[in-house]
Structures are given as C-alpha cells and as structure tokens.
Design a protein around this ligand. Structure first.
Ligand SMILES: C[S@@+](CC[C@H](N)C(=O)[O-])C[C@H]1O[C@@H](n2cnc3c(N)ncnc32)[C@H](O)[C@@H]1O
Length: 351
C-alpha cells in the first residue's frame, strides 16, 4: 500500500487502510465527521462512485472552505456542514442522511491548523493563545490559562496532557500570568520542567492538554461515538483514527463494550444488564502506519486506526415473515412518497 501524496493543506493518514476498513462500495453513503482538507473524503467519493454520497462535517469553517474546493468535482454527491461532530445525529437527521454504510473520525487537527492557522496550536511559532477549532466558540486557551486556579490548571495539564510535572507548570503559569502568546507559555513550561532532554518538546503535553480542554475533545468524542452507532445500518463500518492515548482509550473501550454481550460487573451471579452486542470488532488490534508512510509523513507516526462493524441487537431484529408483512404494510401506506420508500427500502435491505 502506497502512502498518500503530500498535500499542502494536510496529507491524509492511513488512506488505503481507511478505505478498506470502511469497506467503501459504489452507491454507499458515508459520513466524514472530520472532513479537514477533504483528503479522506475525496478518496471515499472516488471509490463510492457511481451513486455514492458523503456528508462531511468540520468544526472549523476554514477547513470547510478548503474541502469545498477540493471536492468540487464531486459537488453533486457531497454535503459539507460546518458543525461540531457532537451534533452528528441531529445533522444526519436534519439532512435525512441515515442509515449510512460508514462513518469516519480522523481526530485531532490538520497540518494546516497546526502550522498555518495562527490560532496558537503549535509551540514552535508565536501566535495568540487561542486553540479553538471554531473561532465562534467562547473559551480560548488564554481564558483557561489566565483564569483557572493553580489546582485546576495542574489537574487539567495532568489529566489531558498526562504530564507528570503538571504542578510545577501550573505554579509557574499562575505566577507569570497574564499569558497571551504561545511562545510566552513555552518559555514558562521550559523554566518549570527544564529544556528538552528526550525526543519530545517539553511543551508538547501542556499544549495538548489545553487544546483538549478548549475544544472539549474527549467529552465530544464519547458523545459522538454513541450517536455514530445509532446511525449505522446493518454491517455499516465505524472507523476511528486517533493520535494520542486518551482518545484511543475512549475508542477502544467503547468498541469493546459494544462488542460484548453481558456487561454486568464481574462476579454478578446472573446477568441483569440485558446488554446485547451492537458492534463486531473487525480487527482486535489497532492498525498503524507503515514505516514508509511515517517516513513520507512524520505526522502519521502516532496514528492508530480502529474499526468495528454494526450488528443489529437481537431485540432489534424481526423474523423474516414479520419483516415481509411490515414491508408490505409500509409499501401500501407510503406508495405516494417515493423518497420515503427508497429510504425504507434501504433500511429493510440492510436489516
Ligand atoms: C486530522 S484533521 C482531518 C483531516 C482529513 N481527514 C483529511 O483527510 O484532510 C482533523 C479535523 O477534525 C476537525 N475536528 C476536530 N474535532 C472536531 C469536532 N469535535 N467536530 C468537528 N470537527 C472536528 C478539525 O477541525 C480538523 O479539521
């Protein structure tokens, strides 16, 4: 599998692996929850042609503009929406876009946001401490850094950055504030923890923590994954690419939990939860980029792809004869509404 070509906006990661995991097929319907520069979206549209459709979401209005240009050739098959994926279900219902054959999350931020947005995501260039994916959001990184208590800051940097020197960093931040620029924050972190000794820059974890907090990344991911399961048709694929362990843990636990039957606490004498598996794990382990891909696109080095397939819980299933009776009734009632019929036909074909 060849790594994708470099792109000035963002080079999509694990592109072949993603297409395979989504099992993209002609005529399929897909949701790209993080459309970014449109790299994965374009590959999905190309491979689902003829007849494929894609709904692309991104919280960042700039990303939507770029994706619009990139996907111009597919304009009749794509709908781009500037919204947070926490609103995935509402958006799909609003645009009558469900059930779907596949849903993709390629988490985090694009190379363009990191290097060229001027929104302070990078500790390597000076910019205002902003870090909002959507400039319409209220809280910026500067708000958090300049108004949180030392304890809150320490906890945040520890939890979202997994930074063991969080207390020292928080103490120095509080002593030095107000802090409004990225390089000012970098200097404070360096003073608190010492200059670079290992491979990663000492400010990496603090920047990660602030970005996660500003954009409520983990909370939104948990909510959106639950919604995604509901939107998938039978055997629809859920594919998530994550870039740090906090995200990957959420994805892994959710997929494993949904793939299990009983989820009663260990030692419960008889099942009381009634939980039915709604997902099947396609690959038990994560898929990671090849050495070639990491060399061509170093940003891909931390990527981890997980994939699962939607099952219909036994309670959701009807016996074949019940299905036939129901389908006949629906056809009789809805014959004047071809769009609705087509949609229901798809549900029945999938179920
Ligand atoms: C890694 S990039 C996606 C790149 C894309 N797959 C491509 O091929 O160009 C991640 C994108 O997700 C967006 N994003 C992150 N969190 C989001 C959220 N909660 N809702 C919607 N978009 C989000 C970011 O704005 C960014 O554009």
């Amino acid at each position: 599998m060849s790594p994708s070509k470099p792109d000035s906006y963002h080079t999509p990661v694990l592109i072949e692996e993603t297409m395979e995991a989504l099992a993209v097929q002609p005529g399929g319907r897909y949701v790209d929850c993080t459309v970014g520069g449109g790299g994965h979206a374009r590959a999905i549209l190309e491979r689902s042609s003829p007849g494929g459709q894609l709904l692309g979401l991104d919280a960042d209005p700039e990303a939507i503009k770029i994706a619009q240009k990139k996907l111009e050739a597919h304009r009749n098959s794509v709908l781009l929406v500037n919204d947070n994926f926490v609103n995935l279900q509402v958006t799909c219902i609003k645009y009558d876009f469900f059930p779907v054959h596949g849903i993709l999350f390629d988490l985090g931020l694009s190379s363009m946001q990191l290097n060229g947005s001027g929104r302070g995501f990078s500790f390597q260039r000076d910019a205002p401490l902003d870090m909002r994916f959507n400039p319409g959001q209220e809280v910026t990184a500067a708000d958090i850094v300049n108004t949180s208590s030392e304890t809150e800051l320490g906890r945040l940097i520890r939890t979202y950055g997994e930074e063991i020197r969080s207390r020292q960093i928080a103490r120095l931040i509080v002593r030095e504030r107000p802090i409004t620029s990225t390089l000012h924050l970098v200097r404070i972190v360096e003073r608190a923890v010492g200059r670079r000794t290992g491979k990663i820059h000492p400010a990496t974890k603090t920047f990660q923590a602030l970005r996660i907090a500003v954009n409520l990344e983990l909370e939104n991911l948990e909510i959106a994954l639950k919604q995604a399961i509901e939107l998938l048709g039978f055997e629809g694929r859920l594919v998530v690419i994550s870039y740090h362990s906090l995200e990957d843990r959420i994805v892994k636990h959710m997929m494993q939990r949904e793939a299990r039957g009983c989820i009663c606490p260990p030692g419960t004498p008889a099942c009381i939860c009634g939980h039915k598996p709604r997902l099947k794990l396609i690959r038990r382990h994560v898929i990671m980029p090849s050495e070639d891909e990491v060399q061509a696109n170093p940003r891909s080095r931390s990527a981890k792809l997980r994939v699962a397939m939607r099952l219909i819980a036994q309670d959701d299933c009807l016996a074949t004869d019940e299905m036939e009776i129901l389908w006949a009734e629906i056809k009789a009632r809805a014959w004047r509404r071809p769009a609705l019929l087509r949609k229901l036909q798809m549900v029945f074909a999938m179920a």
